[in-house]
Write a protein that binds this ligand. Structure first.
Ligand SMILES: [Zn+2]
Length: 200
């Protein structure tokens, strides 16, 4: 079988309308004129799509997500991606249904890492979350096959995982992040359980 070796086309990532709707809701929650302020600063193509309204049945270019997220971070936050992290936390609350929350109550961070991998496939048409380690004390997962990773997106993933860990009652984990957009070799998140009894 041949898989078209030598094909030089880099696949562009498409994002589901649900993710863009979630970002829009987040921005609107930041004040009466927040959405108008952000909308005004968006790239023309993003603004046009946003004004038409994002549909859950449609897929949109990844660039739109980056544009909305980083513009909001600049206009409504400090421009340091902290607001993008908050967007991920907000999105987590929407993604995790009541049933998932009940499962998380039993404190199983492994379940939420699996859940993140599944959620990825419903939200993006390219790329994948690969779980490398899944034990009681260590969870490692990597984001792969994204041609152009961006901090506005990876910060949101960090926020998503952070919030999911909180909802699961697993607050004794330390989170370490590597990101290609920061010059690291890969985008990877490591949850490590803090050693007991080391508080001074
Ligand atoms: Zn990254």
């Amino acid at each position: 079988m041949s898989f078209g070796r030598g094909c030089a086309i880099i696949p562009s990532v498409q994002v589901n309308g649900t993710v863009l709707r979630s970002r829009t809701l987040f921005v609107r929650s930041k004040g009466d004129d927040a959405w108008q302020r952000v909308l005004h600063e968006l790239q023309p193509a993003t603004r046009e799509a946003a004004e038409a309204g994002f549909l859950e049945t449609r897929w949109y270019p990844f660039d739109l997500l980056i544009d909305i997220s980083s513009t909001a971070d600049r206009m409504l936050g400090e421009g340091d991606m902290a607001l993008c992290r908050e967007m991920g936390r907000h999105s987590c609350g929407i993604t995790l249904t009541t049933i998932h929350r009940l499962l998380l109550k039993f404190g199983n961070i492994g379940h939420l890492v699996d859940r993140a991998a599944t959620a990825w496939r419903t939200q993006f048409d390219t790329g994948e979350i690969v779980v490398h380690e899944r034990s009681n004390d260590l969870y490692v997962f990597e984001l792969r096959r994204i041609p152009t990773p961006h901090r506005a997106h990876c910060s949101a993933i960090t926020g998503w995982m952070e919030r999911a860990a909180e909802l699961s009652g697993e607050d004794e984990f330390e989170l370490e992040e590597k990101c290609r957009a920061l010059g690291h070799g890969y985008c990877m998140w490591t949850f490590k359980r803090r050693p007991m009894g080391l508080e001074i």
